[in-house]
Design a binder for this molecule. Structure first.
Ligand code: EPU
Length: 382
């Protein structure tokens, strides 16, 4: 154990050879050479200083629900962001503006918002992880995305140690992406998120599963609480229980393609599955309409390729929602996870021509390993 002085008898604890396996929800992978938990910006700066001084790479982990660590672990300093805080900074008849520490558990934020009658994140109930990570990857579900309610983000620049404010329009939000995981990835660490929630009812219950839930119960104007209930019910029916099996939520991103690529997909579906699946693709394109392109649910592609339940070692494609890979904790390995990823990717590519991409961050893998897991056998494309 190493202690770094923060002055006035405050010490930052840095642990050596710290297992990351249990800090991730997919529960695979090795240890970090060094590990620190930080509770505030000063501790974070101190941890960064330590990494700089010892020429260590850094890896920021929060709830660990969207990350896969390799079996060799991470060579450097892993920093867990435990910065808490929840404060209403402005409020009027229309809205409430909240300042929230990056380490706050996301679902607790949603629960509080719903209890207070604030609209805008109720459909994001039960998403695992912490708010900082949700803001990086623009978590979304059932027709809402966290970017819809972000006002601004406070982040620490690693190189300068300075705090910078990113207004929402500077965050470059897109599907599961922001400036923080694209253009300036690895350069900033989010320490605080400001959300603007509405006090006016704003129902977003058109997403197929949610619509069905309320139709079955003949509820046309559900309350915030009823929406949260509906989402928790829907998610718990489709997604595995994080406390029982390892998983990282959706392992695959949905397919986003251009209109001409969509024509190619339709041809492949016709050839390999027949007219009915080609028609279904057109139907899904309309159902999940997006601006400027086409969104096709990857769950459906994996499903029609007959891959539900496919296994590599102790890792399996989850039957109820094939975007999810489930692991048997303490038995499964990161290599098995990635070989199953490759197997699904190859099979879907062969039958549909679509190149699936992973949603979780992949940490500690060598370039050669990644190349191997992502390599597609083009000869087997039919
Ligand atoms: N489908 C099938 N077979 C299945 C499951 C789904 O054909 O076994 C088809 C159905 O047509 C269904 C469609 O896929 O309507 C979409 O499925 P679902 O509504 O479950 O949503 P998704 O697009 O598969 C996304 C997010 C989830 C989020 C849900 C709900 C991604 C990668 N995943 O899944 O997010 O909860 O929408 O909005 O965007 C996560 O990111 O970890 C996550 C769980």
């Amino acid at each position: 154990m190493i202690f770094v002085s923060l002055g006035q008898n405050i010490m930052l604890k840095i642990q050596e050879n710290y297992s990351l396996n249990n800090l991730t929800t997919i529960k695979v992978g090795g240890a970090a050479s060094f590990f620190a938990r930080v509770k505030n910006v000063n501790e974070l700066k101190e941890a960064l200083e330590y990494a700089h001084h010892h020429s260590l790479n850094i890896f920021v982990i929060s709830g660990g629900s969207n990350v896969v660590v390799s079996e060799h672990g991470f060579h450097g300093l892993a920093i867990q962001i435990n910065i808490n805080g929840f404060e209403v900074i402005r409020e009027n008849k229309q809205q409430a503006v909240l300042k929230i520490g990056a380490g706050e558990v996301w679902d607790k934020v949603v629960k509080r918002a719903v209890a207070n009658g604030w609209w805008g994140i109720e459909n994001l109930s039960w998403i695992p992880g912490r708010i900082g990570a949700c803001a990086v990857q623009n978590s979304g579900a059932y027709g809402q995305e966290i970017s819809d309610v972000i006002d601004e983000i406070k982040a620490l620049e690693i190189a300068s140690g300075k705090i910078k404010i990113f207004k929402k329009d500077k965050c470059e939000y897109g599907y599961r992406q922001s400036v923080f995981n694209t253009r300036i990835a690895g350069k900033f660490i989010i320490v605080e998120v400001v959300l603007k929630l509405s006090k006016k009812e704003n129902l977003k219950i058109d997403y197929p599963d949610v619509k069905k839930y309320f139709k079955e119960r003949s509820l046309e104007q559900p309350s915030l609480r009823q929406i949260r209930q509906a989402i928790i019910y829907t998610r718990s029916n489709k997604l595995p229980d994080m406390s029982k099996v390892g998983n990282a939520g959706s392992f695959f991103k949905n397919v986003m393609i251009s209109r001409s690529e969509f024509q190619g997909l339709v041809k492949n579906l016709e050839k390999n599955f027949g007219q009915s699946e080609a028609d279904k693709a057109v139907e899904l394109k309309e159902k999940f309409k997006i601006a400027g392109g086409v969104k096709i649910p990857t769950a459906w592609l994996i499903d029609i390729c007959g891959l539900k339940g496919t296994q590599v070692g102790y890792v399996k494609v989850y039957e109820k929602q094939p975007l999810v890979l489930v692991t048997e904790p303490s038995k499964a390995t990161a290599d098995e996870v990635m070989r199953l990823f490759r197997k699904v990717r190859q099979a879907v590519y062969q039958k549909t021509g679509m190149k699936l991409l992973p949603e979780p961050r992949l940490v500690g893998f060598t370039d050669e390993e990644l190349e191997g897991y992502f390599k597609l056998d083009e000869n087997r494309y039919s």
